[in-house]
Write a protein that binds this ligand. Structure first.
Ligand SMILES: NC(=O)c1ccc[n+]([C@@H]2O[C@H](COP(=O)([O-])OP(=O)(O)OC[C@H]3O[C@@H](n4cnc5c(N)ncnc54)[C@H](O)[C@@H]3O)[C@@H](O)[C@H]2O)c1
Length: 386
């Protein structure tokens, strides 16, 4: 194979975005060969451009027209379409979240493991953003010392009622399986566990439909504890304006803060724990250096991950993010909500069957009727820079 024929299923917000840079030939050795969407009006413009168009993923997967698939449908279909694609020999790239819930992710991963020659990738584009890579370098290089506290307040995900009314699947237990944690915050939860590892226990406080006429969570405050005793708080909302986005990680050698597009490192001249043990004065504190860490603007992270997918298929190079890497974020989104719903602290790993049972109960007992309203098409890409 010299180039990869890509098939894209799901031509909504993100599907159209992927199609845009693929059609602009931004991916070397990868071409958009086919698209599929259950809504006929979404596929017609592509047919007119000479791209093969299918009404269903099943037809596209079996067409012989593609080598690889990008799954950009609502979350629940990531598992079913992903499994179908893998079983039919396709390299598979799954949008975030890798599945709607952990048990589904386990089913998808089991099939991916049965097909190790096919590349299985996840779209976790924040991992290539320079600001997060710089934080990773500080942590992995030991500059921060041992992490003791993590705070992420990300309450600037403001969404209107019109947003929630724009898709029948949105903000429903049946269509999405969760709210702000699984949808808007999924990338931040991915970054959080990519940088700091998975917590050992969590306690979520999630308000369902606090600001909107929806049944899932739109306002959350979560407490986490790591095995080494580090603690953390994750706060998010889609109902708060103006909102805040402040990510702070404290280590024994200082603290790093990402806020207002600035990355600052306040470096302790001595490890704070050792300093405390050896200082003779009761009020002494380690001296600090204030460092503003420069970082380049993010380029098109989605395209970078897509190129990594194509290169991995053709050259066997390692992926930036595999599909398997999607487990941490889906598990966190599930467990924070589960903990809130049962009113208890939950130890990780999450019992995937317990959450699936709870979610199925929520689906069965759902009484909310959704009215879908067509809304004006805003520039949804503005939500990428979080
Ligand atoms: N990586 C990112 O930055 C990013 C950004 C936005 C959305 N997403 C993810 O992408 C997925 C889609 O989100 P969206 O905002 O584009 O949704 P959307 O509602 O705008 O689009 C979904 C599309 O899928 C189609 N569809 C639904 N079921 C289908 C099926 N069974 N077969 C074929 N087509 C089907 C719909 O007709 C629609 O066109 C979600 O899982 C979301 O979490 C990722």
């Amino acid at each position: 194979m010299k180039h990869v024929r890509l098939g894209l299923v799901g031509l909504g917000n993100i599907g159209k975005f992927h199609a845009g840079y693929l059609l602009d030939k931004k991916i070397s050795r990868g071409e958009l060969a086919a698209v599929a969407d259950s809504n006929a009006s979404n596929i017609e413009p592509f047919r007119a451009k000479g791209v093969k168009a299918f009404a269903t993923s099943e037809e596209m997967i079996r067409s012989g027209e593609i080598d690889a698939i990008i799954v950009a449908t609502p979350h629940f279909q990531h598992t079913t379409i992903g499994i179908d694609a893998l079983k039919n020999g396709l390299h598979t790239m799954i949008e975030k979240p890798v599945s709607a819930h952990k048990a589904d992710a386990e089913r998808l991963f089991a099939v991916a493991r049965e097909h190790p020659k096919q590349v299985f990738a996840g779209m976790f584009q924040l991992r290539v953003e320079p600001r997060y890579q710089k934080i990773k370098k500080l942590i992995d290089g030991g500059d921060l010392g041992q992490i003791v506290r993590i705070n992420w307040i990300i309450t600037d995900w403001f969404r209107t009622e019109a947003y929630y009314a724009s898709g029948g699947w949105r903000a429903t237990w049946k269509g999405e399986g969760g709210g702000v944690l699984l949808n808007q915050c999924l990338h931040q939860l991915d970054v959080l566990q990519w940088l700091c590892g998975m917590p050992a226990s969590v306690r979520g406080f999630c308000q369902l439909g606090r600001f909107h006429d929806i049944e899932v969570e739109d306002n959350v405050t979560c407490v986490m504890e790591w095995a080494n005793g580090a603690t953390g708080v994750f706060v998010s909302s889609t109902g708060e304006a103006p909102g805040t986005n402040r990510f702070e990680i404290v280590g024994t050698r200082g603290k790093v803060v990402l806020e207002n597009n600035k990355l600052t490192f306040t470096r302790n001249d001595a490890d704070m724990v050792e300093f405390s043990k050896s200082a003779k004065s009761g009020f002494a504190k380690p001296e600090v250096w204030n460092v503003e860490i420069p970082f380049a603007d993010a380029s098109n992270g989605h395209a970078v991950l897509m190129q990594s997918f194509v290169d991995s298929i053709l050259d066997g190079t390692p992926l930036i993010a595999s599909g398997y890497d999607g487990m941490g974020s889906v598990e966190l989104a599930n467990v924070l909500l589960y903990s809130s719903l049962i009113g208890e602290t939950v130890q990780l790993p999450l019992d995937s069957a317990a959450w699936e049972t709870k979610l199925n109960e929520l689906i069965a007992n759902s009484t909310k009727q959704k009215k879908v309203v067509k809304i004006q098409s805003d520039d949804f890409t503005s939500s990428f820079r979080k």
